[in-house]
Design a protein around this ligand. Structure first.
Ligand code: NAP
Ligand code: ZN
Length: 346
């Protein structure tokens, strides 16, 4: 009998279904975690559907993992049985390259993603958090404050760090006007963080009906990107734009929003259209950003504990996952699905 129950995509087009498999034995530096909750990221769907052309099946998605330690390896002193912990998008790296030494494990050439990445220990590919348990190198395990409403914590491990990291890197703070494009899982965390950091935060959305929510989440203004008059009214006024759009789209209408010399950061891994004129006039920048390092992820979790920030979530059972994915693809989620993993254990 395999030691772990999970759910997997078996092909780019099938619904995801039960899949049992073996996790590795706990090694000297490992932590074994019983998973209580796992968030649902749009990347889970991109990978299952092979949108990036490199998926190997079966894909067990899930990189927003929260649970309790059930066992630690002989060399692990920083975690103990019963402790509340989390795992995000990475489960290993070389720990020796410049990126690893700089705390930027996400850029290590040997970084191992939590799912659908070649598995250096078990062979095949790694399996993520749509499962009852996981065994992870302790360097990639995060501590979570018991003070937070833990059901809203899992999405911090991807949607949270992915938006926190660029906001910190580009020094967002009071006196700056920041636009967050797309009110989904990443976007709603972007709005919470940018406003907690003191910026004047504007939600830039295709969905006018999300406006009220955006304000509740911390946005001072709402800008409907499909309305050229509204876009014109905000021209040349933004210090920073955080773009979370998950599908191919046209950047050109957004570039005039930036002040000269300012930056739009792209988070979605998707083709975009851009005429260089949008950058040339005003020496503007386009950049990308990938999750965040382990040290910064712990800093983000501590920031959340200090500011009482968690995700706004809709809890589902694993058996409802296919309908939940359909809703994510329609932009119909407020604002992250989290799977109650008890539904897989019953
Ligand atoms: P999500 O929950 O589906 O939210 C995306 C939002 O984008 C939607 O709610 C919608 O908001 C907006 N949108 C959708 N289609 C659009 C279109 N055609 N034009 C303009 N806006 C559109 O997705 P997510 O989980 O936040 O993920 C967002 C992207 O980030 C995905 O591609 C994911 O793979 C990627 N990602 C990247 C990293 C990284 O490290 N860089 C990490 C995690 C995820 P409105 O209704 O408000 O317009
Ligand atoms: Zn993610």
């Amino acid at each position: 009998m395999p030691n772990t129950k999970g759910y997997a995509a078996y092909s780019p087009t099938d619904e995801i279904k039960p899949f049992d498999f073996d996790r590795r034995e706990v090694g000297a530096n490992d932590v074994k975690i019983e998973i209580d909750y796992c968030g649902v990221c749009h990347s889970d769907i991109h990978t299952a559907h092979n949108d990036w052309g490199m998926s190997q099946y079966p894909v067990v998605p899930g990189h927003e993992i929260l649970g309790r330690v059930t066992e630690v390896g002989s060399e692990v002193s920083q975690f103990k049985k019963g402790e509340l912990v989390a795992v995000g998008c990475m489960v290993d790296s070389c720990k020796q390259c410049d990126s690893c030494k700089d705390g930027l494990e996400q850029f290590c050439p040997n970084m191992v993603m939590t799912y659908a990445s070649p598995d250096p220990v078990m062979g095949g590919v790694t399996h993520g958090g749509y499962a009852t348990q996981i065994v992870v190198d302790s360097h990639f395990v995060l501590k979570v404050s018991d003070k937070l409403d833990i059901k809203g914590v899992p999405p911090l491990l991807c949607a949270g760090i992915t938006t926190y990291s660029p906001l910190r890197h580009w020094g967002i703070g009071p006196g700056m006007k920041v636009g967050v494009i797309g009110l989904g899982g990443l976007g709603h965390m972007g709005v919470k963080f940018a406003s907690a950091m003191g910026a004047h935060t504007v939600m830039i959305t295709t969905s006018p009906e999300k406006g009220e929510d955006a304000k509740r989440l911390g946005a001072k203004e709402v800008l409907v990107s499909k309305d050229p008059e509204q876009m014109q009214a905000h021209a040349g006024s933004f210090d920073f734009l955080l773009n979370t759009v998950p599908v191919a789209h046209d950047l050109n209408p957004y570039m005039p929003l930036l002040k000269n010399e300012k930056t739009m950061v792209l988070l979605g891994a998707t083709p975009v259209d851009l005429h260089s004129m949008g950058l040339v006039f005003g020496r503007k920048h386009i950049a990308g950003s990938l999750i965040g390092g382990i040290k910064e992820t712990q800093e983000m979790l501590d920031f959340c504990a200090e500011h009482n920030i968690v995700s706004d979530i809709e809890m589902i059972n694993i058996q409802d996952i296919n309908q939940a994915w359909d809703r994510v693809m329609k932009g119909d989620v407020k604002y992250r699905f989290v799977i109650d993993m008890q539904s897989l254990k019953d």
